[in-house]
Design a protein around this ligand. Structure first.
Ligand code: TNX
Length: 531
């Protein structure tokens, strides 16, 4: 999955100024681990109460204990052990909770501070151990992600005996501001394979992202197997598809289900998107009967938008759409099915309304809740429809009206949260139609104060979309997502009161050693004091 070998990795680390050891040689100087603090976490926890007298140090005999009888808690314990074993070289057996003289990390369901809710946790660090309490496995998992950041970044393997695996003492009580904290990956413009998607999931889960939106279809490619329209994926996602014709591929249903399961194990819910009635050229070039004139347009490999439309007055269109929605709903355990609806410039307003009025009930029929880009609000959809706002402005009458009616909004303002925008004029990848987005821009907004009339109650959460017109590899994904993704993750999780650029950039800088060790190809923004 990762392509760099150890030597390159060491050179990369060296280039960033960390001490390094030649493979097999005795360890060179090991820096004293800088004292970490409970508050040095991204996203910023709600409440930290450091206790300088207490430090817990992971030792060879440390055990991980989980609430007896809970398979979900056991799974979180095993995941934590698997994360810490390679770094520490310790065995870290995972056993049921009981009173024990051994130093331990305990993952306990129940007994939490009442504020933690469904996704929060409470973390206590004393000399004897670390206890994470939560009311769900998702909360325990979130707590373990915090614990990872409280441990030192692993020094290269030869030095690990000399690393002190200390966790600063005290208590954290932490829970999210918003229920929806998403990231989107565009598989249509360039297909990203299962191992690339799961590698991205691993990174997202470290920052308490809980939704992965997959943009599965667009003009340039159809990336999901549909049995009742069997040519869609192998032809619409076949050789020569994608921007510049270099992004072919698709997910079989088994692949998709593997991604869903991998994400679910990290407490991330997949939101599949089938974009319609525009952004449909890949389907229409595969099946001529999906065009009003019965003629298949040529496949498209450019990055234009807004030229395609399903044939609104043809019954076959609705058979097609219902088949796709049914098959996607069948393999999607999460609540949402995203039907796109953006940039339907080749569809008149009347046609758009006709189309959506047919399609919205279909999604409900198959047990899913509709989400769609904010254009969907043109049809005054039912209040359970979630609108994803991608505008660049700070006023939007349709959005404010929908919020007043009771629709929930996911905030993805393009000029703030679009991870495919360039950082500055020199960024090799990305687009710039919504402007350059430096780290301070990505961090510098409040989801509940961005659009007039769309306040805290209307905001379901935030999402950072990553469109793939210019992306080709996992390295490209990482370079655009890091370090802006953690900024959006913090806006979604942390309180408005904790929002502070100086604090954020300092904490961000301290993530760098972790990213280097994980071989995350991040953009070393000049705005951040990188460790
Ligand atoms: C706009 S955002 C689009 C996408 C492009 C993206 C590129 C949205 C709903 N539509 O089709 O890929 O800009 O930044």
């Amino acid at each position: 999955m990762r392509r760099r070998n150890t030597m390159t990795r060491l050179l990369v680390i060296a280039a960033f100024g960390l001490p390094f050891a030649l493979p097999g040689a005795a360890a060179v100087a090991v820096p004293a681990a800088p004292a970490r603090q409970l508050s040095e976490v991204i996203p910023a926890p709600v409440e930290t109460r450091p206790d300088a007298r207490d430090t817990f140090t992971l030792r060879p005999q440390t055990v991980i204990r989980t609430s007896p009888g809970s398979v979900a808690a056991l799974q979180v314990g095993r995941q934590l052990a698997e994360t810490l074993r390679p770094a520490t070289g310790y065995q870290l057996p995972v056993l049921p909770v009981r009173s024990t003289p051994l130093p331990e990390i305990a993952l306990v369901l129940g007994g939490t501070d009442g504020r933690v809710g469904r996704e929060g946790y409470q973390l206590d660090v004393t000399r004897r151990g670390v206890t994470i309490r939560a009311s769900t496995a998702a909360g325990l998992f979130a707590g373990t992600q915090t614990l990872r950041q409280l441990l030192p970044a692993r020094i290269e393997a030869p030095d690990r005996q000399r690393t002190t695996w200390a966790v600063p003492g005290g208590r954290i009580v932490d829970y999210p501001r918003f229920a929806y904290r998403g990231a989107m990956l565009d598989l249509a413009r360039h297909f990203h394979a299962v191992d690339e998607i799961t590698a991205y999931v691993d990174l997202l889960s470290q920052y308490k992202i809980n939704y992965l939106h997959l943009h599965l279809t667009d003009d340039q490619g159809w990336r999901i197997q549909i049995d009742s329209w069997p040519k869609l994926a192998p032809v619409g996602g076949g050789p020569g598809t994608g921007v510049d014709g270099v992004g072919p591929g698709y997910l079989t249903k088994a692949d998709y289900q593997a991604v869903v399961a991998y994400a679910a194990a990290r407490h991330i819910t997949v939101v599949p998107e089938i974009d319609m009635p525009g952004h449909t050229n890949a389907a229409q070039s595969t099946y001529p009967e999906l065009n009003c004139d019965g003629v298949a347009p040529p496949p498209r490999t450019d990055i234009e938008v807004g030229y395609s439309s399903l044939c609104i007055d043809d019954e076959l269109t609705y058979r097609f759409v219902e088949d796709v929605i049914r098959e996607i709903a069948e393999i999607t355990p999460g609540p949402f099915l995203h039907i796109g609806g953006d940039e339907a410039h080749a569809t008149t307003d009347d046609e758009y309304r006709t189309f959506m009025q047919r399609v919205l009930p279909m999604v409900a029929k198959y047990g899913k809740r509709v989400s769609g880009w904010n254009e969907i609000l043109q049809v005054d959809p039912p209040t359970d429809v979630v609108a994803q706002f991608w505008g660049t402005g700070t006023t939007d009458a349709d959005l404010a009206e929908a919020a007043a009616r009771g629709n929930k909004v996911v905030m993805s303002p393009a000029s703030k949260s679009y991870l495919d925008m360039k950082y500055d004029a020199n960024t090799r990848l990305g687009l710039r139609w919504a402007g350059y987005i430096e780290v301070s821009d990505a961090y510098g907004w409040d989801p509940a104060r961005r659009v007039t009339g769309v306040g805290e109650d209307a905001v379901l959460g935030v999402e950072a979309p990553l469109w793939s017109e210019t992306l080709r590899s996992l390295d490209d994904i990482e370079y655009m997502a890091f370090p802006r993704l953690p900024a959006i993750a913090e806006l979604g999780w942390s309180t408005a009161a904790s929002h502070d650029w100086e604090s954020f950039r300092a904490r961000l800088g301290k993530q760098a050693p972790r990213w280097r060790l994980q071989e995350v190809d991040f953009y070393p923004s000049p705005q951040v004091p990188w460790s």
